[in-house]
Design a binder for this molecule. Structure first.
Ligand code: PLP
Length: 406
Protein backbone atom coordinates (compact mmCIF):
# COMPACT_ATOMS: atom_id res chain seq x y z
CA UNK A 1 0.00 0.00 0.00
CA UNK A 2 1.35 3.43 -0.86
CA UNK A 3 2.25 5.95 1.81
CA UNK A 4 -0.53 8.44 2.57
CA UNK A 5 1.26 11.57 3.81
CA UNK A 6 -1.95 13.59 4.18
CA UNK A 7 -3.17 11.01 6.73
CA UNK A 8 0.01 11.53 8.72
CA UNK A 9 -0.60 15.29 8.80
CA UNK A 10 -4.24 14.80 9.84
CA UNK A 11 -3.37 12.32 12.56
CA UNK A 12 -1.69 15.08 14.57
CA UNK A 13 -3.94 16.46 17.27
CA UNK A 14 -3.64 19.89 18.84
CA UNK A 15 -4.73 21.30 22.18
CA UNK A 16 -3.73 24.96 22.36
CA UNK A 17 -2.68 26.79 25.49
CA UNK A 18 -6.32 27.51 26.43
CA UNK A 19 -7.77 24.37 24.92
CA UNK A 20 -7.80 25.96 21.48
CA UNK A 21 -7.95 23.60 18.52
CA UNK A 22 -5.01 25.38 16.95
CA UNK A 23 -1.75 25.66 18.84
CA UNK A 24 -1.25 29.08 20.40
CA UNK A 25 1.18 31.29 18.52
CA UNK A 26 4.34 31.74 20.53
CA UNK A 27 4.87 35.45 20.93
CA UNK A 28 8.30 35.49 22.53
CA UNK A 29 11.85 35.82 21.29
CA UNK A 30 13.26 34.49 24.55
CA UNK A 31 12.24 32.06 27.29
CA UNK A 32 12.72 31.83 31.04
CA UNK A 33 14.59 29.06 32.81
CA UNK A 34 13.49 28.00 36.27
CA UNK A 35 17.08 27.36 37.24
CA UNK A 36 20.42 28.76 36.11
CA UNK A 37 21.74 25.20 35.92
CA UNK A 38 19.19 24.27 33.25
CA UNK A 39 20.17 27.35 31.28
CA UNK A 40 23.84 26.33 31.48
CA UNK A 41 23.04 22.74 30.41
CA UNK A 42 20.99 23.99 27.52
CA UNK A 43 23.84 26.09 26.18
CA UNK A 44 26.15 23.10 26.68
CA UNK A 45 24.08 21.34 24.02
CA UNK A 46 21.19 19.70 25.90
CA UNK A 47 18.65 21.69 23.97
CA UNK A 48 16.12 18.97 23.28
CA UNK A 49 12.72 19.84 24.70
CA UNK A 50 13.93 23.27 25.83
CA UNK A 51 13.15 26.66 24.41
CA UNK A 52 15.97 29.08 24.86
CA UNK A 53 15.72 31.69 22.15
CA UNK A 54 13.48 31.86 19.07
CA UNK A 55 16.35 31.77 16.56
CA UNK A 56 17.04 28.32 17.96
CA UNK A 57 13.42 27.18 17.93
CA UNK A 58 10.00 28.34 18.92
CA UNK A 59 6.87 26.35 19.74
CA UNK A 60 5.21 27.53 16.51
CA UNK A 61 8.17 26.44 14.39
CA UNK A 62 8.26 23.11 16.19
CA UNK A 63 4.57 22.47 15.47
CA UNK A 64 5.07 23.21 11.79
CA UNK A 65 8.24 21.10 11.72
CA UNK A 66 6.43 18.20 13.34
CA UNK A 67 3.67 18.31 10.72
CA UNK A 68 6.16 18.47 7.83
CA UNK A 69 8.20 15.61 9.27
CA UNK A 70 4.95 13.61 9.45
CA UNK A 71 4.26 14.50 5.83
CA UNK A 72 7.69 13.37 4.64
CA UNK A 73 7.91 10.38 6.99
CA UNK A 74 11.11 11.56 8.66
CA UNK A 75 11.92 11.63 12.37
CA UNK A 76 12.12 15.41 12.59
CA UNK A 77 12.26 18.68 10.65
CA UNK A 78 13.42 22.23 11.16
CA UNK A 79 11.83 25.33 9.70
CA UNK A 80 13.79 28.05 7.91
CA UNK A 81 12.85 31.52 6.76
CA UNK A 82 12.97 30.57 3.05
CA UNK A 83 13.72 27.64 0.77
CA UNK A 84 17.19 29.06 0.13
CA UNK A 85 17.59 29.29 3.92
CA UNK A 86 17.10 25.51 4.03
CA UNK A 87 19.33 24.76 1.03
CA UNK A 88 22.26 26.94 2.11
CA UNK A 89 22.08 25.66 5.70
CA UNK A 90 22.12 21.97 4.80
CA UNK A 91 24.98 22.44 2.34
CA UNK A 92 27.09 24.44 4.78
CA UNK A 93 26.40 21.94 7.56
CA UNK A 94 27.88 19.11 5.50
CA UNK A 95 30.54 20.77 3.38
CA UNK A 96 33.70 22.36 4.68
CA UNK A 97 36.53 23.87 2.62
CA UNK A 98 38.10 21.58 0.02
CA UNK A 99 35.04 19.39 -0.39
CA UNK A 100 32.77 18.66 -3.31
CA UNK A 101 29.09 18.24 -4.20
CA UNK A 102 27.55 16.21 -7.00
CA UNK A 103 24.37 17.95 -8.10
CA UNK A 104 21.78 17.56 -10.78
CA UNK A 105 22.41 20.11 -13.52
CA UNK A 106 18.74 21.03 -13.76
CA UNK A 107 17.88 22.67 -10.47
CA UNK A 108 16.37 25.95 -9.30
CA UNK A 109 18.47 28.90 -10.55
CA UNK A 110 19.14 30.21 -7.04
CA UNK A 111 20.49 26.84 -5.88
CA UNK A 112 22.59 26.63 -9.03
CA UNK A 113 23.96 30.15 -8.44
CA UNK A 114 24.82 29.32 -4.82
CA UNK A 115 26.74 26.20 -5.85
CA UNK A 116 28.35 27.70 -8.92
CA UNK A 117 29.20 31.24 -7.75
CA UNK A 118 29.13 31.36 -3.97
CA UNK A 119 30.51 28.04 -2.73
CA UNK A 120 33.82 28.33 -4.68
CA UNK A 121 34.60 31.32 -2.41
CA UNK A 122 34.68 28.76 0.41
CA UNK A 123 36.65 26.31 -1.75
CA UNK A 124 33.66 24.01 -2.17
CA UNK A 125 33.20 22.80 -5.73
CA UNK A 126 30.21 21.25 -7.52
CA UNK A 127 29.97 18.85 -10.44
CA UNK A 128 26.68 19.43 -12.25
CA UNK A 129 25.59 16.18 -13.91
CA UNK A 130 22.69 14.72 -15.79
CA UNK A 131 20.82 13.20 -12.83
CA UNK A 132 18.97 10.78 -15.11
CA UNK A 133 22.27 9.20 -16.19
CA UNK A 134 23.14 7.08 -13.15
CA UNK A 135 26.55 6.05 -14.49
CA UNK A 136 27.53 9.68 -14.94
CA UNK A 137 26.31 10.50 -11.45
CA UNK A 138 28.40 7.76 -9.89
CA UNK A 139 31.45 8.65 -12.00
CA UNK A 140 31.27 12.25 -10.71
CA UNK A 141 31.67 11.18 -7.07
CA UNK A 142 35.20 11.59 -5.69
CA UNK A 143 36.68 11.02 -2.23
CA UNK A 144 35.98 14.70 -1.54
CA UNK A 145 32.26 14.43 -2.31
CA UNK A 146 30.09 15.20 0.71
CA UNK A 147 26.63 15.19 -0.81
CA UNK A 148 24.49 14.05 -3.73
CA UNK A 149 21.88 16.73 -4.48
CA UNK A 150 18.83 16.78 -6.73
CA UNK A 151 15.24 17.88 -7.13
CA UNK A 152 12.54 15.19 -7.31
CA UNK A 153 10.89 16.95 -10.25
CA UNK A 154 13.37 19.49 -11.52
CA UNK A 155 12.90 23.20 -11.97
CA UNK A 156 12.18 24.12 -14.73
CA UNK A 157 12.64 21.12 -17.05
CA UNK A 158 10.57 18.68 -14.97
CA UNK A 159 13.20 15.95 -15.16
CA UNK A 160 12.45 13.07 -12.82
CA UNK A 161 15.08 11.85 -10.38
CA UNK A 162 15.15 8.12 -9.71
CA UNK A 163 15.37 8.52 -5.94
CA UNK A 164 15.70 4.81 -5.17
CA UNK A 165 18.58 4.33 -7.58
CA UNK A 166 20.29 7.56 -6.48
CA UNK A 167 19.97 6.54 -2.83
CA UNK A 168 21.76 3.25 -3.58
CA UNK A 169 24.61 5.21 -5.14
CA UNK A 170 24.74 7.62 -2.20
CA UNK A 171 24.73 4.78 0.34
CA UNK A 172 27.46 2.93 -1.53
CA UNK A 173 29.67 6.03 -1.27
CA UNK A 174 28.56 6.86 2.26
CA UNK A 175 27.23 10.31 1.41
CA UNK A 176 23.75 11.73 2.04
CA UNK A 177 21.21 12.06 -0.75
CA UNK A 178 19.59 15.49 -0.38
CA UNK A 179 16.34 15.96 -2.30
CA UNK A 180 14.48 19.21 -2.92
CA UNK A 181 10.83 18.10 -3.11
CA UNK A 182 9.33 21.57 -3.68
CA UNK A 183 7.60 20.62 -6.97
CA UNK A 184 6.02 17.40 -5.69
CA UNK A 185 4.85 17.56 -2.07
CA UNK A 186 2.58 14.62 -1.14
CA UNK A 187 2.86 13.16 -4.65
CA UNK A 188 6.35 11.86 -3.92
CA UNK A 189 7.84 11.00 -0.54
CA UNK A 190 11.62 10.97 -1.16
CA UNK A 191 12.55 9.78 2.34
CA UNK A 192 10.35 6.72 1.86
CA UNK A 193 12.30 6.01 -1.32
CA UNK A 194 15.68 6.25 0.37
CA UNK A 195 16.57 9.97 0.46
CA UNK A 196 18.41 10.98 3.63
CA UNK A 197 17.33 14.60 3.73
CA UNK A 198 14.28 16.23 2.15
CA UNK A 199 13.96 19.98 1.76
CA UNK A 200 11.19 22.24 0.55
CA UNK A 201 10.57 25.80 -0.29
CA UNK A 202 7.36 26.26 1.71
CA UNK A 203 6.80 29.39 -0.36
CA UNK A 204 5.23 27.25 -3.10
CA UNK A 205 2.53 24.55 -2.95
CA UNK A 206 2.82 23.85 0.77
CA UNK A 207 1.78 27.34 1.84
CA UNK A 208 -0.16 27.80 -1.38
CA UNK A 209 -1.17 31.42 -1.00
CA UNK A 210 1.93 33.23 -2.33
CA UNK A 211 1.98 35.53 0.69
CA UNK A 212 5.30 34.59 2.30
CA UNK A 213 8.57 32.71 1.90
CA UNK A 214 9.60 29.73 4.00
CA UNK A 215 11.58 26.51 3.98
CA UNK A 216 12.09 23.22 5.78
CA UNK A 217 14.75 20.55 6.23
CA UNK A 218 13.41 17.08 7.07
CA UNK A 219 15.73 14.33 8.34
CA UNK A 220 16.79 12.35 11.37
CA UNK A 221 16.40 13.75 14.87
CA UNK A 222 20.17 13.72 15.18
CA UNK A 223 20.62 15.87 12.07
CA UNK A 224 17.93 18.34 13.08
CA UNK A 225 19.47 18.80 16.54
CA UNK A 226 22.88 19.26 14.88
CA UNK A 227 21.51 21.97 12.58
CA UNK A 228 20.25 23.83 15.65
CA UNK A 229 23.36 23.31 17.76
CA UNK A 230 24.36 26.56 19.46
CA UNK A 231 28.06 25.96 18.73
CA UNK A 232 28.12 24.81 15.13
CA UNK A 233 24.59 24.39 13.79
CA UNK A 234 24.04 26.06 10.41
CA UNK A 235 20.38 26.90 11.10
CA UNK A 236 21.19 28.40 14.49
CA UNK A 237 24.26 30.33 13.35
CA UNK A 238 23.25 31.50 9.88
CA UNK A 239 20.06 32.80 11.42
CA UNK A 240 17.49 32.02 8.75
CA UNK A 241 14.63 31.63 11.23
CA UNK A 242 10.93 31.86 10.54
CA UNK A 243 8.69 34.13 12.57
CA UNK A 244 6.09 32.36 14.74
CA UNK A 245 3.12 34.14 13.18
CA UNK A 246 4.16 32.88 9.75
CA UNK A 247 4.85 29.36 10.97
CA UNK A 248 1.38 29.25 12.44
CA UNK A 249 -0.29 30.47 9.25
CA UNK A 250 1.66 27.98 7.07
CA UNK A 251 0.60 25.13 9.39
CA UNK A 252 -3.04 26.08 8.84
CA UNK A 253 -2.58 26.14 5.05
CA UNK A 254 -0.76 22.79 5.12
CA UNK A 255 -3.97 21.09 6.23
CA UNK A 256 -5.63 21.68 2.86
CA UNK A 257 -2.58 20.75 0.82
CA UNK A 258 -3.96 17.33 -0.20
CA UNK A 259 -7.13 18.85 -1.64
CA UNK A 260 -5.16 21.52 -3.47
CA UNK A 261 -2.54 19.14 -4.87
CA UNK A 262 -5.22 16.81 -6.23
CA UNK A 263 -6.87 19.75 -8.01
CA UNK A 264 -3.57 21.18 -9.30
CA UNK A 265 -2.74 17.71 -10.64
CA UNK A 266 -6.16 17.14 -12.21
CA UNK A 267 -6.08 20.52 -13.97
CA UNK A 268 -2.48 20.19 -15.15
CA UNK A 269 -3.09 16.69 -16.51
CA UNK A 270 -6.17 17.87 -18.41
CA UNK A 271 -4.31 20.79 -20.00
CA UNK A 272 -1.25 18.67 -20.80
CA UNK A 273 -3.41 16.06 -22.54
CA UNK A 274 -5.23 18.73 -24.56
CA UNK A 275 -1.99 20.51 -25.52
CA UNK A 276 -0.48 17.20 -26.59
CA UNK A 277 -3.50 16.46 -28.78
CA UNK A 278 -3.05 19.93 -30.29
CA UNK A 279 0.49 18.99 -31.30
CA UNK A 280 2.14 21.47 -28.91
CA UNK A 281 5.52 20.72 -27.32
CA UNK A 282 4.25 20.08 -23.82
CA UNK A 283 6.17 18.44 -21.01
CA UNK A 284 4.22 17.01 -18.06
CA UNK A 285 5.35 14.08 -15.91
CA UNK A 286 1.87 12.53 -16.06
CA UNK A 287 2.04 12.12 -19.85
CA UNK A 288 3.34 8.81 -21.14
CA UNK A 289 5.46 10.78 -23.60
CA UNK A 290 7.49 12.23 -20.70
CA UNK A 291 10.94 10.60 -20.59
CA UNK A 292 10.70 10.07 -16.83
CA UNK A 293 7.05 8.96 -16.78
CA UNK A 294 7.74 5.32 -15.87
CA UNK A 295 10.03 6.42 -13.01
CA UNK A 296 7.61 8.94 -11.51
CA UNK A 297 4.76 6.43 -11.83
CA UNK A 298 6.76 3.95 -9.79
CA UNK A 299 7.61 6.55 -7.15
CA UNK A 300 4.19 8.20 -6.94
CA UNK A 301 1.71 8.26 -4.06
CA UNK A 302 -0.95 7.95 -6.76
CA UNK A 303 -3.92 9.60 -5.08
CA UNK A 304 -2.28 13.03 -5.34
CA UNK A 305 -1.47 12.88 -9.06
CA UNK A 306 1.52 14.11 -11.03
CA UNK A 307 1.54 17.68 -9.71
CA UNK A 308 0.69 21.11 -11.02
CA UNK A 309 3.77 21.97 -13.10
CA UNK A 310 4.01 21.77 -16.87
CA UNK A 311 6.06 23.41 -19.59
CA UNK A 312 5.24 24.44 -23.14
CA UNK A 313 7.89 25.24 -25.71
CA UNK A 314 6.47 27.98 -27.90
CA UNK A 315 9.54 28.22 -30.14
CA UNK A 316 10.86 31.71 -29.41
CA UNK A 317 11.11 34.11 -26.50
CA UNK A 318 9.16 36.77 -28.40
CA UNK A 319 6.21 34.44 -28.96
CA UNK A 320 6.41 33.14 -25.39
CA UNK A 321 6.32 36.70 -24.05
CA UNK A 322 3.40 37.65 -26.33
CA UNK A 323 1.46 34.60 -25.20
CA UNK A 324 2.09 35.23 -21.51
CA UNK A 325 1.03 38.88 -21.81
CA UNK A 326 -2.11 37.90 -23.70
CA UNK A 327 -3.02 35.17 -21.21
CA UNK A 328 -2.59 37.63 -18.34
CA UNK A 329 -4.80 40.17 -20.08
CA UNK A 330 -7.49 37.46 -20.40
CA UNK A 331 -7.24 36.79 -16.65
CA UNK A 332 -5.95 33.25 -17.14
CA UNK A 333 -3.26 33.77 -14.55
CA UNK A 334 -0.27 35.96 -13.76
CA UNK A 335 3.02 36.52 -15.53
CA UNK A 336 4.97 35.88 -12.34
CA UNK A 337 7.66 33.60 -10.98
CA UNK A 338 6.92 31.10 -8.19
CA UNK A 339 4.36 28.33 -8.04
CA UNK A 340 1.57 26.74 -6.07
CA UNK A 341 -0.86 29.69 -6.15
CA UNK A 342 -4.63 29.25 -6.69
CA UNK A 343 -4.27 31.13 -9.98
CA UNK A 344 -2.04 29.84 -12.75
CA UNK A 345 1.42 31.45 -12.78
CA UNK A 346 3.63 31.48 -15.87
CA UNK A 347 7.11 32.69 -16.71
CA UNK A 348 9.88 32.08 -19.23
CA UNK A 349 12.53 30.51 -16.97
CA UNK A 350 15.42 31.21 -19.36
CA UNK A 351 15.04 34.92 -18.68
CA UNK A 352 13.76 34.71 -15.10
CA UNK A 353 14.02 31.89 -12.55
CA UNK A 354 16.91 30.17 -14.38
CA UNK A 355 18.62 33.28 -15.76
CA UNK A 356 21.52 32.57 -13.36
CA UNK A 357 22.43 29.67 -15.67
CA UNK A 358 24.64 30.94 -18.53
CA UNK A 359 23.04 30.83 -22.00
CA UNK A 360 25.36 28.13 -23.41
CA UNK A 361 24.56 25.92 -20.43
CA UNK A 362 20.83 26.56 -20.81
CA UNK A 363 21.08 25.39 -24.44
CA UNK A 364 23.05 22.36 -23.36
CA UNK A 365 20.34 21.43 -20.86
CA UNK A 366 17.59 21.81 -23.43
CA UNK A 367 16.26 24.94 -21.74
CA UNK A 368 15.17 26.79 -24.85
CA UNK A 369 14.25 30.46 -24.68
CA UNK A 370 10.71 29.79 -25.93
CA UNK A 371 9.97 27.61 -22.90
CA UNK A 372 7.12 28.71 -20.66
CA UNK A 373 6.84 27.18 -17.19
CA UNK A 374 3.28 26.94 -15.88
CA UNK A 375 2.16 26.38 -12.32
CA UNK A 376 -1.42 25.38 -13.04
CA UNK A 377 -3.98 26.86 -10.68
CA UNK A 378 -7.06 25.55 -8.93
CA UNK A 379 -9.43 26.64 -11.72
CA UNK A 380 -12.91 25.34 -11.06
CA UNK A 381 -13.61 25.06 -14.80
CA UNK A 382 -10.42 23.95 -16.50
CA UNK A 383 -12.21 23.27 -19.78
CA UNK A 384 -13.14 26.96 -19.97
CA UNK A 385 -9.53 27.86 -19.16
CA UNK A 386 -8.28 25.58 -21.92
CA UNK A 387 -10.66 27.10 -24.45
CA UNK A 388 -9.51 30.63 -23.64
CA UNK A 389 -5.84 29.53 -23.76
CA UNK A 390 -6.51 27.98 -27.15
CA UNK A 391 -8.07 31.22 -28.40
CA UNK A 392 -4.93 33.09 -27.27
CA UNK A 393 -2.72 30.63 -29.13
CA UNK A 394 -4.82 30.86 -32.27
CA UNK A 395 -4.70 34.68 -32.09
CA UNK A 396 -0.88 34.49 -32.01
CA UNK A 397 -0.63 31.83 -34.76
CA UNK A 398 0.82 29.30 -32.31
CA UNK A 399 -2.12 27.04 -33.11
CA UNK A 400 -4.18 27.01 -36.25
CA UNK A 401 -7.96 26.74 -35.97
CA UNK A 402 -7.89 23.56 -38.16
CA UNK A 403 -5.72 21.67 -35.72
CA UNK A 404 -7.88 22.63 -32.78
CA UNK A 405 -11.10 21.53 -34.53
CA UNK A 406 -9.97 17.86 -34.39
N1 PLP B 1 13.75 25.03 -4.59
C1 PLP B 1 12.99 25.16 -5.69
C2 PLP B 1 12.71 23.94 -6.53
C3 PLP B 1 12.50 26.40 -6.04
O1 PLP B 1 11.75 26.52 -7.15
C4 PLP B 1 12.80 27.53 -5.23
C5 PLP B 1 12.30 28.88 -5.56
O2 PLP B 1 11.80 29.15 -6.61
C6 PLP B 1 13.60 27.34 -4.11
C7 PLP B 1 14.04 26.08 -3.80
C8 PLP B 1 13.97 28.49 -3.22
O3 PLP B 1 12.93 28.78 -2.36
P1 PLP B 1 12.66 30.22 -1.69
O4 PLP B 1 12.32 31.16 -2.79
O5 PLP B 1 11.56 29.95 -0.73
O6 PLP B 1 13.93 30.61 -1.00
Amino acid sequence: MSFKPANSIQDLQYFGEFGGINPSISDSSTYTFLSAKTMFDTFEGNTEGCYLYSRHSSPSNLYLGEALAAMEGTEAATITASGMGAITAIILQYCEADTHIVSSRTIYGGTYAFMKNFLPKLNISTSFTDITDLEKVEASITEKTKMLYCETVSNPLLEIANIEALSHIAKKHNIPLVVDNTFSPLSISPAKLGADIVIHSLTKFINGSSDCVGGVICGTKELILKLKDVNDGACMLLGSTMDSVRASSILKNLRTLHIRIKKHSENALYLAQQFEKDGLRVVYPGLESHTGHHIIKKQLNPEYGYGGMLTLDIGSLEKANELMELMQSKNLGYLAVSLGFYKTLFCAPGTSTSSEIPLEEQEDLGLSNGLIRFSIGLDNDIERTYNIMKECMIALNILTPEVTLN
